[in-house]
Unconditional design. Structure first.
Length: 197
């Protein structure tokens, strides 16, 4: 539940919609990366099941990320808490926008990669209904470059997640800005704010 605003007050927490999108998509991305990497050396039905689930979850992330991006473009985030230096605020904005780009481009490279295969494997939403392929079947060059991009961007995403979580924990606990409360679902005392970045 969002706290009611005092007249003239500047919002210091993210909206409920932004918080819901943030945590659902973050959980799905972490599950999806784990599914691909933990089962990397596996063979047979267990690996096939993991990759089927990975593909369905990846496409779910794509749809949710597009909706989130639209939401983000029409909702301004709260200003950063005071105590955050200008360089940190700019760095955070850059990482946030890189996330938005990767949340759309990552699934697209995976989708293009599997669509380009000469022999296609089953592709469904958790076995409930079939999902479409992109019209690039048999394009070996595209498949190869999309596979490479998917792998490299996967590691870029992991690096950004580590950086993002480390920065959030640093600002919350070491700088005492209570930054995570701004993105936490339960109502919590809001930190002070400034108009940086
Ligand atoms: C945000 C969404 C996604 C993330 C973060 C993600 C991440 C990853 C990562 C880290 C890997 C391991 C890289 C490697 O070792 O090759 C991987 C592999 C894979 N991904 Fe994704 N992926 C996403 C979406 C998708 C989608 C939408 C599809 C297809 C519809 C897909 C298909 C695959 C396949 C088939 C592999 C295995 C490739 C191989 O066996 O070498 N991914 N993904
Ligand atoms: C895959 C994982 C994650 C992704 C892709 C992600 C992505 C994002 C994005 C795009 C924003 C910017 C929202 C906006 O202003 O438009 C954001 C904000 C935020 N994230 Fe994450 N996030 C992830 C995981 C986490 C985790 C695990 C934490 C916990 C420490 C966290 C804490 C925060 C906080 C506190 C903010 C608000 C920062 C502020 O007040 O300006 N995130 N995240």
């Amino acid at each position: 539940m969002q706290r009611p605003q005092e007249p003239g007050a500047t919002r210091s927490r993210y909206s409920s919609g932004a918080i819901l999108f943030h945590w659902v998509i973050a959980a799905l991305i972490i599950i999806n990366i784990s599914l691909a990497l933990v089962t990397d050396g596996w063979h047979g039905p267990a690996r096939a099941f993991a990759i089927q689930t990975h593909k369905a979850t990846g496409l779910t992330i794509l749809v949710l990320s597009i909706l989130r991006l639209v939401w983000r473009l029409v909702h301004r985030p709260p200003p950063f808490p005071s105590g955050i230096r200008r360089v940190e605020a700019v760095g955070a904005r850059i990482v946030h926008w890189l996330f938005y780009v990767l949340m759309v481009v990552m699934p697209l490279t995976g989708w293009a990669m599997i669509s380009a295969a000469a022999t296609r494997k089953p592709f469904s939403w958790y076995g409930l209904f079939g999902l479409p392929y992109l019209p690039v079947q048999g394009n070996k060059a595209l498949g190869g470059s999309m596979h490479e991009a998917h792998e490299i961007l996967g590691y870029v995403m992991i690096a950004l997640i580590v950086l993002h979580v480390a920065a959030a924990l640093k600002h919350h606990f070491l700088d005492n800005t209570r930054l995570i409360a701004r993105m936490w679902p339960a109502a919590a005392p809001a930190p002070s704010f400034s108009e940086k970045a």
